[in-house]
Design a protein around this ligand. Structure first.
Ligand SMILES: *[C@@H]1O[C@H](CO)[C@@H](O)[C@H](O)[C@H]1NC(C)=O
Ligand SMILES: *[C@@H]1O[C@H](CO)[C@@H](O)[C@H](O)[C@H]1NC(C)=O
Length: 348
């Protein structure tokens, strides 16, 4: 039985090989006929598709132009804060401010941060404060006022900054730039700021510890990405049209999960933004502005401080060893925060 099945397998293998060879030869013949070698297959298929749909080409083209429109960012542009905390920085003189972009409806994420790393307000003798950055949940209704729930939340916690642009993924660059405007105008008294996403574990102790040894000028650190390829595939989350950004790689930038910078940078980046065309990928855009300014990003003092996801296997002292890690969602933060506290108590 074993033998016969082996020979059978052998036989099917040969049949398969022969079929393969036949198909390859057929393809090769077709290829020569159509001169495929000097004409890449994908462009051939594309031109064929275009020809087949010739009647619809103009329609497709106009569709494409309107869909690339959303890749143009309305910045520089004057946006106003409809919720502000203009006095807090002057009064509290923080060493570090944590700036957290979040959508207006995501109250849950804000509350979780207020219960976890947002509680760390004095660390290693340094004052730390957090602020949430919101856009408008709905531009259409011409709102110039925050929604009652957001207003109430703001009056209770005094940690919300809301600006009057539509809060959307493609507008995150606007959010970052408005954040820099606010830092430059209202919080330049602070020594450092960090832009940090809401679904993130943040070890404020390790962060302050690193910053106590960091330069106070021309400084930005985080997870530095170098030679990142510009994605031209329309299906990619980070698709970038050539018309918006023609280079094939991005300059170095600090990944958006959490980047830290000295407070002299906001004004410089804002100045650069008047010369550098905005792209919707916010961390890339900050990198583009830094390149324009000739400012070089600083790598963290060691590897493994800024982590893009919870590793599959983690040590007993993982949470006390990192600065940031991306979590799956903000609910996970509650659990991780408990584990972190245990590790702190265990003197990890
Ligand atoms: C293209 O449009 C013409 C005229 O409108 C029509 O006669 C023809 O069938 C169309 N061709 C295809 C492939 O749809
Ligand atoms: C970005 O915000 C501006 C200002 O509110 C708005 O006009 C535009 O439609 C928004 N863009 C996207 C893609 O949401």
């Amino acid at each position: 039985m074993l033998e016969s099945s082996v020979s059978k397998r052998e036989k099917t293998r040969w049949t398969k090989a022969r079929r393969c060879l036949l198909i390859s030869m057929l393809l090769l013949m077709m290829g020569t006929l159509l001169n495929l070698r000097s004409w890449p297959l994908h462009s051939w298929i594309k031109s064929l598709t275009v020809r087949l749909y010739d009647n619809k080409t103009t329609q497709v083209e106009s569709l494409q132009t309107s869909s690339t429109l959303e890749y143009f960012v309305e910045y520089p542009h004057k946006y106003d804060f409809i919720l502000d905390e203009p006095k807090r920085c002057q009064q509290e003189r923080p060493f570090l401010v944590l700036m957290v972009p979040v959508t207006p409806h995501n109250r849950e994420a804000r509350d979780i941060i207020r219960r976890t790393w947002g509680t760390q307000t004095t660390v290693l003798g340094q004052t730390v404060r957090h602020f949430f950055l919101l856009g408008l949940s709905n531009e259409g209704d011409g709102t110039k006022h925050p929604e009652p729930e957001v207003l109430q939340e703001s009056q209770r916690h005094h940690d919300i900054l809301q600006s009057n642009f539509l809060d959307s993924y493609k507008n995150l660059t606007i959010k970052t730039m408005v954040m820099l405007e606010w830092l430059s105008a209202q919080c330049s008294i602070a020594t450092f700021a960090m832009k940090v996403d809401s679904d993130i574990f943040l070890n404020v102790h390790n962060l302050v510890d690193m910053l106590l040894k960091a330069p106070h000028y021309l400084y930005m650190t985080g997870l530095i990405v170098r030679d990142a390829e510009v994605l031209r595939d329309h299906d990619s989350k980070w698709f970038m049209p050539v018309t918006v950004f023609p280079e094939s790689t991005y300059p170095p930038y600090a990944m958006g999960l959490g980047y830290v910078f000295s407070l002299d940078l906001p004004a410089r980046i804002l100045e650069a933004s008047t010369h550098v065309k905005a792209v919707y990928i916010e961390d890339v855009y900050v990198g583009l502005c830094l390149r324009h300014l000739g400012i070089v990003l600083t790598d963290p003092p060691r590897d493994g401080l800024f982590v893009t996801g919870v590793p599959f296997i983690i040590s007993n002292c993982y949470w006390t060893s990192v600065i940031t890690t991306i979590l799956e969602n903000s609910e996970q933060l509650l659990k991780v925060w408990e584990t972190y506290q245990t590790q702190v108590q265990a003197k990890c």
